[in-house]
Ligand binder design. Structure first.
Ligand code: ATR
Length: 276
């Protein structure tokens, strides 16, 4: 019988998840389908509770439903529990399980794109304090970074994200970030700056140590002005597309029973779609 999963959220028309999972289904010759469902927040709790009745073994959850999905789970993995948000749901033994794989995707992207990026595990500098930033901070703390500086335009948002971690995560006004760049092992843009159609993230990267790795969660364009500036400075960079590709791996494995690979061919397929 055809195994069915989907991505859910609102709006959902532009999600790349059907392309990603469809590529893997075809590549591994699996009798499966991965579609998209427009699910407004008001209908979300009922939708996730009725996955089985709708013929789904599970689904992905995107904006703005990740917190609602978390609230209806029977079982949450550590990341979902820590973030209060789930992006991957699956049914097992009649119970609804959920995970948050954004942090996994972030780490796997760096592991693949810049081997050894975490060899010191000392100072990470994260720019931005939205939902993506929370997942990244949690992942970096889990990887053992001892000091995570969280710089944001609105300091109170950085303080709110940092609060559960005590002294390990230090909030900072974005304008003061130059003071900490000289200590960074890894520098992450989690703001929306640099995204196609928005202004670039623009500051002087000259204090960043030569061994540091710079990454961006923005992937349209692939080479953001921030990554371009880091490359001009001679730093290793990893673009944000791999985070999207890798975050899909755990869900695909749960639903379809094969752990899929993030290959150059997959990346090229998604890049072609982004530039179409
Ligand atoms: P997401 O959940 O996708 O991370 P978000 O919650 O909208 O998105 O967060 C966007 C991030 O980009 C925030 O850190 C935001 O800063 P504020 O918390 O101060 O709003 C940051 N950001 C957006 N536009 C910005 C700008 N023009 N200058 C500096 N930071 C900006």
């Amino acid at each position: 019988m055809t195994i069915r999963a989907c991505v859910t959220g609102s709006p959902i028309a532009h999600s790349r998840s059907p392309l990603l999972h469809g590529y893997w289904l075809q590549h591994y010759g699996i009798d499966g389908e991965y579609g998209r469902e427009e699910v407004p927040p008001a209908e979300a709790a009922a939708f996730y509770r009725s996955l089985a009745a709708r013929g789904y073994v599970g689904c992905n959850v995107t904006l703005p439903n990740k917190e609602i999905a978390f609230s209806v789970l029977d079982e949450a993995d550590d990341s979902a529990a820590a973030l209060g948000a789930a992006n991957t749901l699956w049914l097992a033994d009649g119970r609804l399980h959920g995970a948050n794989t954004d942090g996994y995707g972030f780490l796997a992207n760096l592991d693949a794109g810049a081997p050894g990026w975490d060899s010191r595990r000392e100072v990470a500098v994260v720019l931005g304090a939205g939902g993506a930033s929370r997942a990244v901070v949690h992942a970096l703390a889990g990887r053992g970074f001892t000091r995570i500086v969280l710089a944001n335009r609105t300091l109170s948002r950085a303080e709110a994200v940092a609060a559960p971690y005590g002294r390990k995560v230090q909030p900072l006004p974005l304008g003061d970030v130059s003071k900490v760049l000289g200590a960074a092992d890894v520098l992450v843009n989690c703001t929306s700056l640099g995204m196609k159609g928005s202004e670039p993230l623009d500051f002087d990267l000259s204090p960043v140590p030569a061994e540091a790795v710079v990454t961006d969660i923005v992937y349209v364009p692939l080479l953001t002005p921030f990554l371009k500036a880091a490359q001009a400075r001679g730093l290793r960079t990893v673009d944000g597309l791999g985070m999207l590709l890798h975050q899909g791996v755990p869900g695909f494995e749960r639903w379809f029973g094969v752990r899929p690979e993030v290959t150059v061919g997959l990346r090229e397929r998604v890049v072609a779609d982004l530039s179409a």
